[in-house]
Design a protein around this ligand. Structure first.
Ligand code: NAD
Length: 499
């Protein structure tokens, strides 16, 4: 059985707290290893390593940083399969999905390779007599990232490549459920020439997280995870004077208008609801159908969902893998059994599904619930499993009102052939990311990712321009270089004005 230890100061550091958590293969249900849980003292060691590295890295040249990032990009590209294999082994998602996750993470490394352009600053010359003003952005120092289980490579890569490109040093606390990809990402960064201590990984649970949130040498915290923990992280780190961005959970709606291409909408609903077994913060979990096409759309979704092959992630024929833990599988199942009692029609029931030869895996089949009441648990809660709720409304206005009544506002989509309706939806819907005939509108690396309402606490989205702003602080320098012939300005106690 393997042990996953911390990565501090450019090397593997054995956990000393004596506390460990299990690593499980979700396809077999077997424990395959253990991960060290950091104590407050071990977190302190990681922050101290990052602080020491910041002294040189924070003032390193842009060409030094980008040279490392270009080498890192090449190394990651060469190790896509290794990273994906670790993701599948500990998370359970199918290999194609794991490779997709790595590819989307790589986009942010590519963005970071172009940090020279992002950090150019602004200069205004001659704002007053012989006076110039420059706006520059500088790194924050040591920043921390706390990440969820569902994207063990991509979400850390949303954070640290940009943070270090901006000149910060980083302490990552990945999910304890699938910790290995983070260590490989850090090892590859060292191989690319990232100096020791610039990127550190500490593993653990809330002890490690709370130690980072309270640490005086941590300047900023990026968090991605569930809404209750995002709220806790935002409140605690803010109270401790840190800059915080805390991305939370979601309940993403897809509004289907009667004029939509129903085959395209059904394909999109199935891909977005059941991909990664619904364990995506951008998963479509509620389809809101306007008008009389609802029966036909439900029929087409069901027809497609019934054909999805469920199996271990490393079997190339599998389209959907298991859930992360047995406890999570049982919780997801409880929503399906509870839905009928709360008034929904169970069109497809995924409970009780097993896979031959893998009977102890965390399996659940695809579930489709129709006529789901808005006050039912299946609709209100983020289930985070392969469960799609269908709700029916009579008009576009009713549909938008329903979407906007959700406390979450991560992603949303509209399916229609009517450009005017799509445009109206973009402006009226209360969510951070909107798709028009695109079910999972995860922005590309050079735009930013983030939700509204209970899906994000803080002012900055991750990556893109927002990421650069989050990981830097502004400074404005006003300069006067008088010419030898200038007469002295003399004393003037009035508020300075430009002339
Ligand atoms: P989680 O909130 O349980 O855990 C996230 C991180 O917080 C982990 O590193 C975990 O160790 C830590 N943590 C857990 N409990 C804690 C506590 N009590 N105190 C301090 N730290 C704690 O989330 P998860 O189950 O790993 O991930 C799934 C959730 O993440 C879903 O809600 C999903 O929607 C959300 N998510 C959101 C986004 C987004 O961009 N908005 C992206 C991916 C996942």
């Amino acid at each position: 059985m393997k042990t996953v230890d911390h990565w501090i100061g450019g090397r593997t550091v054995e956990g000393t707290s004596g506390d460990h958590g299990p690593i499980t293969d979700p396809a077999t249900g077997q424990v395959t290893g253990r991960v060290a849980f950091a104590s407050a003292e071990e977190v302190d060691t990681a922050v101290a390593a990052a602080k020491a590295a910041y002294r040189a890295w924070g003032t390193s040249s842009l060409s030094t940083r980008t040279a490392v990032l270009f080498r890192y990009r090449a190394l990651l590209d060469a190790h896509r399969d290794d990273i994906a294999a670790l993701i599948t082994a500990e998370h359970g998602k199918v290999r194609s999905d794991a490779l997709g996750e790595v590819a989307r993470g790589l986009e942010i490394v590519e963005l970071a390779c172009g940090i020279t352009t992002q950090l150019k600053g602004e200069l205004s010359t001659q704002v007053s007599h012989r006076v110039d003003v420059a706006s520059i952005r500088q790194p924050l120092g040591v920043v921390a990232g706390i990440t969820p289980f569902n994207f063990p490579a991509m979400v850390p890569m949303w954070m640290f490549p940009l943070a270090v490109a901006c000149g910060n040093t980083f302490v990552l606390k990945p999910s304890e459920k699938d910790p290995s990809p983070a260590n490989l990402l850090a090892e590859l960064a060292a191989g690319a020439g990232l100096p020791d201590g610039v990127l550190n990984v500490v593993h653990g649970d809330r002890v490690a997280v709370d130690s980072l949130l309270g640490h005086p040498d941590v300047a900023a915290v990026s968090f991605v995870g569930s809404t209750p923990i995002a709220r806790h992280v935002h409140a605690t780190a803010s109270a401790n004077g840190k800059r915080v961005q805390a991305l939370g959970g979601a309940k993403n709606h897809m509004l289907v208008l009667p004029d939509a291409d129903l085959d395209a909408a059904a394909d999109a609903a199935v891909s977005a609801a059941y991909g990664s077994a619904g364990e995506r913060c951008m998963a479509v979990s509620a389809v809101v159908v306007v008008g009389s096409v609802a029966d036909e759309l439900v029929r087409r979704i069901r027809e497609r969902a019934e054909k999805i092959k469920i199996g271990p992630g490393d079997d190339p024929t599998s389209e959907m893998g298991p859930l992360i833990t047995r406890a999570h599988r049982d919780k997801v199942a409880s929503y399906i059994t509870g839905a009928a009692a709360q008034g929904a029609e169970v069109v497809l029931d995924g409970t009780g599904h097993t896979v031959e030869g893998f009977e102890d895996g965390h399996w659940i089949g695809l579930s489709l619930l129709d006529h789901v009441p808005t006050d039912s648990d299946a609709y209100r809660d983020e289930i985070f499993g392969p469960v799609l709720c269908v709700l029916r409304v009579d008009t576009y206005e009713e549909g938008v009102a329903l979407v906007n009544a959700s406390p979450y506002g991560n992603g949303t989509a509209i399916f229609t052939r009517d450009g005017g309706a799509a445009r109206r939806f973009q402006l009226e819907v209360e969510a951070g990311m909107v798709g028009v005939n695109v079910p999972i509108p995860v922005p590309v690396g050079y735009h930013s990712f983030g939700g509204w309402k209970d899906s994000l606490f803080g002012d900055h989205h991750v990556y893109g321009n927002d990421g650069v702003h989050f990981y830097t602080r502004g400074k404005v320098v006003t300069t006067r270089w008088p010419a030898p012939s200038d007469t002295p300005t003399g004393i003037d106690l009035g508020f300075p004005h430009n002339r």
